[in-house]
Design a protein around this ligand. Structure first.
Ligand SMILES: Cc1cc2nc3c(=O)[nH]c(=O)nc-3n(C[C@H](O)[C@H](O)[C@H](O)COP(=O)(O)OP(=O)(O)OC[C@H]3O[C@@H](n4cnc5c(N)ncnc54)[C@H](O)[C@@H]3O)c2cc1C
Length: 455
């Protein structure tokens, strides 16, 4: 084993990825995870790397932002992605994951690794010595205070999670299986990956009216003042308040779907996506809500096909803690004023499961390089990793908000390419080449070799 011990705080997606990268490179790691001793408002299990809301890790297409990011992370040897692909569920061109099997496997691998000492304890102050802080959007309050002491400032806001339905309780004489444009991952066009609940116009208008009249959980005090939403994770009631048709153009859009009962496109749909391997649970895609739970069930049961639906989780809102990375971090993920302190995951403002994991991957690799005197990695701007890291460390600090991987972060192409599809292909290829060259120049070897080498 290599000499120095590294402390990692937080056994979520970023923390476990970082721990694996270091342990596999021969470092002794102490990984602190406070659950189950101290639960969070969103985690349900004691498992490490729990997916707290949706079970989707987004697109796998090699020319989409999350597809590019995933492929880059596989080149760097991500444990989380290798395990996610192993537990993939049918979801068209998205990587949906059997969440329990996935998290159980990560928990087993980390818990049994000879170089990792897993401690189920809350850390309340930032440790001394080589440390990676990966406590996520629900960092415990005491540690948040210490992060605030260190950084002088921190930010937080809220976003919301979608309900989960028992599959057997969906009325399939009304709802139907179909993927948009018949793009199914495994079963062929006649058996789509999604369950769709179709609305006619009258049903849709009644639903929106009831939704707007329903009571919501109020946020209190300073929380209410700081309430802000991501456009991509906005509660349905907030979207609905923007206009009668907002939902029908947003999460309830019917494009690419045909109701087999009528042969026509419905006025609106609610889509449900498989949530566990057994296929017994489905989550309501894009249906985050903060309507009070009693009324929420009643409103959701107005959805055609869900009149008798049984919900295993209602929609809810949650805190999302993150630091002001543009003023605090280097693109290596090191804290500017302390070289052996790294931040990783959602707390840095890299939003989403894959973005958060990416931070853990890079922080783990860079900590190993720091402790062995090698130059630290800063992936090139042309890559999705590099662009995301550049964004969180160079954005306007006054208006800094967490950011998902997206094509808009990539630097412009030198030559104009007509057509979005072609353009995305050129971006993707440029990213692939830039990262491959950079890794070769830095003699980088991943701890996991993958065959899912990317087109
Ligand atoms: C409710 C909710 C829903 C979300 N939904 C989605 C979604 O659908 N899709 C998506 O892509 N992203 C989603 N996100 C955003 C983000 O991708 C996830 O939060 C992701 O899990 C972040 O990874 P992480 O490793 O940074 O944090 P986490 O996975 O949350 O891991 C942090 C870990 O640190 C532990 N911890 C916290 N404080 C301490 C402490 N003081 N001592 C020891 N351990 C501590 C926590 O228990 C936790 O296990 C959601 C976030 C939240 C909060």
């Amino acid at each position: 084993m290599t000499g120095q011990r590294v402390t990692i705080v937080g056994g979520g997606l970023a923390g476990t990825e970082a721990a694996w990268q270091l342990a596999e490179r021969g470092f002794a790691v102490t990984l602190y995870e406070m659950r189950p001793v101290r639960p969070t408002a969103a985690h349900i299990t004691d498992n490490l790397a729990e997916l707290v809301c949706s079970n989707s890790m987004g697109s796998t297409l090699p020319d989409r932002a999350l597809g590019i990011l995933k492929n880059e992370m596989q080149r760097l040897g991500s444990l989380i992605l290798r395990t996610a692909y192993k537990h993939a569920l049918p979801a068209g061109s998205a990587l949906a994951v059997g969440r329990d099997e996935f998290a159980a496997e990560i928990t087993g691998l980390i818990g049994s690794h000879p170089n990792i000492d897993l401690r189920r304890e809350e850390v309340t102050a930032i440790p001394d010595g080589p440390t990676i802080l990966a406590t996520g959007p629900l960092t415990s309050p005491d540690l948040t205070v210490d992060v605030q002491r260190l950084t002088g400032r921190y930010l937080y806001f809220y976003d919301a999670m979608a309900p989960i339905v028992v599959a057997d309780s969906i009325d399939m004489s009304i709802a139907f299986r179909q993927s948009r444009w018949d793009k199914s991952s495994m079963d062929g066009p006649e058996e789509g990956d999604y369950i769709n609940c179709p609305f006619d116009r009258a049903e849709y208008e009644a639903f929106v009216t009831a939704l707007l009249e329903s009571p919501r959980n109020e946020l209190k005090g300073a929380d209410a003042e700081l309430e802000r939403y991501f456009e991509g994770c906005m509660p349905i009631e907030v979207l609905a308040s923007r206009g009668l048709d907002s939902l029908a153009y947003g999460p309830m859009r019917p494009v690419g779907l045909r109701d087999p009962r009528t042969g026509r496109r419905p006025h609106a749909v609610v889509q449900l996506r498989q949530d566990n391997v057994a296929g017994t649970l489905y989550n309501m895609v894009g249906f985050q809500t903060n309507v009070k739970w009693g009324q929420q069930a009643q409103i959701l049961q107005m959805i055609p096909g869900l009149a008798n639906a049984e919900f295993v989780r209602m929609g809810q809102m949650h805190r999302n803690t993150f630091i002001n990375s543009p003023t605090l971090l280097h693109p290596t993920l090191q804290y500017r004023e302390r070289d052996d302190l790294f931040f990783a995951g959602q707390i840095t403002g890299t939003e989403g499961y894959v973005g958060s994991t990416m931070g853990g991957l890079l922080a783990g690799i860079n900590m190993a390089r720091l402790l062995t005197g090698q130059p630290l990695l800063v992936p090139p701007r042309e890559s999705m990793m590099g662009s995301l890291l550049y964004y969180i460390t160079h954005a306007d600090p006054e208006n800094f908000q967490p950011m998902k991987a997206n094509m808009g972060l990539l630097p412009d192409l030198e030559e104009r390419v007509r057509g979005k599809q072609q353009r995305y292909g050129v971006y993707a290829e440029r990213a692939r080449v830039a990262l491959a060259n950079y890794l070769a120049e830095n003699a980088f070897t991943p701890v996991i070799q993958t065959e899912a080498e990317v087109a």
